[in-house]
Design a protein around this ligand. Sequence first.
Ligand code: GUN
Length: 287
Amino acid sequence: MIIDGKALALSLKEEMKKQMPLLKGKYGRIPCLSVIIVGDNPASRSYVKGKIKAAEFVGMESRLIELPESVSEAELIAHIRELNEDNATDGILVQLPLPEHIDEDKVIDAIALEKDVDGFHPGNVANLWLGRKCILPCTPKGIIRMIESSGTRIAGSKAVIVGRSNIVGKPVAKLLLDRNATVTLAHSKTADLKKETLQADILIAAVGRPEMITADMIKPGATVIDVGINRIVLPDGSPKLVGDVKFDEALEVAEHISPVPGGVGPMTITMLMENTIECFLARMEKR
Ligand code: GUN
């Protein structure tokens, strides 16, 4: 019933860990992920820590480049260009959001296409939508793996995605379409959201609004993937991490449902590891 993203992520990372000595033997080195973080946003710091920890777990190399909040756009881009040219770096990730004085688009555009482990570069996005070979964005890739792991049939299903972000909603729509689901991309201006979600065999909540998807919005037997990570404060003052789905009641209606935490989050990080290995292999094969 519960799609255990944490357990699935762990088993995938263990497989990757076994691969590392083989890669080292064959290519003389192991994959390396370089992460750039700007400033000290606590949420960003915590995500970056998780990514570096995962790299350590699988036994790949990682580098953390910490830049002050005051870094200029030009300096940041100079760091990226250096990593683009750095033969030892296979994947480059710039943690978002960036400070307001930096244009995120310019930064993403500066990352070498073949090292864009986030899959955010417009070249990768275009290739995704054209059905060409590309680096898939981590969260959507992880979501598909989670749906597949539950045994849910995607082909012929009706999938409803709530949220149309560039990072999750739009790319996951394309991945589901590629697997022959009939896809609805709903959003804050959707006329009758409940009418849409009630038809969903596969429901993906990626809006960033705490517990907005309630049991009455879920079709009995549906597979529900909760992408939300919302930090709320309970009436007693204690902090809590909740998703976009009201989990306890949704559990009664859905056939398969992913929890928060322990669902999409660990899978996103694991897909980042997988993408880094893919970028490494692509570069090694091109030599
Ligand atoms: N900030 C929130 N999610 C992400 C992500 O997937 N990648 C990067 N680089 N920054 C993020």
